[in-house]
Design a protein around this ligand. Structure first.
Ligand SMILES: [Zn+2]
Length: 268
């Protein structure tokens, strides 16, 4: 099963850090006087990077937070225990345990996932799996040389809310000013939906700028800015017959998401 891929739209650009970024590596030890809270690093270069899965997960959750408002309050979920038809609730799937549930939005059936703006972009793993139309590559650091240091240690003081004891703990983070290059590949499965999907995708970047990436967002970490540098459309013929790609946007310094959207919509 699966849709025929009619082509691809490839978006490239930069993610600039406006504040420090902490994307944790493995388990984050939260202990008194605990060890460093290390950030994720590329094992080959030792440099920090933004995993594609982090970016995808964050954009998906922002989209879900937005779309939940389209549902009447009583269906914003999770469904009550005795409810047989869970599908009408927005948050309808428990991926946690019964004592510690984590409710997410999915569609049980392929055909309904296909009609959902969220699941079209990000996929849905119901009874039948609907694969996402987007692929997020890992975003690697591109301006290492212009930074005095790439990683800094910031000491965060967590206050124990019961005893008021201060627990200083060092946190690793990528310094503000660091820039990462991202690449997102969108598979065109339906020519009528590509404009809407791309518009949603770029609008979510704008939303993320007013939210945060990685951990400790409530303490000011993870404020980012997007610049879109290149968007191309490649048809099936591009892959099969060597036809040229179509350039939808090209800007060396990069366009802000809102500028990029209007330009791409005009070209698409
Ligand atoms: Zn959905």
């Amino acid at each position: 099963m699966g849709e025929i891929i009619l082509g691809k739209i490839i978006l490239k650009g930069k993610i600039k850090l406006k504040t420090g970024l902490h994307i944790g590596a493995q388990t984050e030890a939260i202990e008194i006087g605990g060890v460093d809270n290390p950030i994720l690093k590329d094992p080959n270069t030792g440099m920090p990077y933004i995993p594609g899965s982090s970016l995808k997960g964050k954009l998906r959750s922002l989209f879900e937070k937005d779309k939940i408002n389209d549902y009447p309050p009583e269906l914003r979920g999770p469904p009550p225990k005795d409810e047989k038809d869970k599908s009408k609730y927005f948050l309808n799937r428990n991926i946690g345990t019964s004592s510690n549930p984590i409710w997410i939005h999915v569609h049980e059936e392929y055909d309904t996932a296909k009609t959902c703006e969220i699941c079209r972009l990000f996929g849905s793993s119901g009874k039948t799996n609907y694969p996402s139309r987007t692929i997020f590559r890992d975003a690697h650091l591109i301006n290492e040389k212009s930074l005095e240091e790439v990683i800094e240690i910031k000491t965060e003081t967590a206050i124990d809310r019961i005893t008021s004891a201060a627990n200083p703990r060092p946190m690793e983070r990528v310094v503000p000013g660091a820039e990462f290059e991202f690449e997102i590949v969108y598979n065109i499965e339906n020519q009528d939906e590509k404009r809407e999907d791309i518009k949603n995708l770029i609008s979510l970047m704008k939303t993320l700028e007013d939210d945060y990436l990685g951990g400790s967002g409530s303490r000011g970490y993870g404020k980012v800015e997007f610049r879109i540098t290149k968007v191309v459309e490649r048809s099936r013929e591009y892959y099969l017959k060597g036809e040229a790609e179509r350039e939808l946007l090209s800007s060396e310094s990069g366009l802000r998401p809102e500028e990029a959207v209007s330009q791409i919509m005009e070209a698409l």
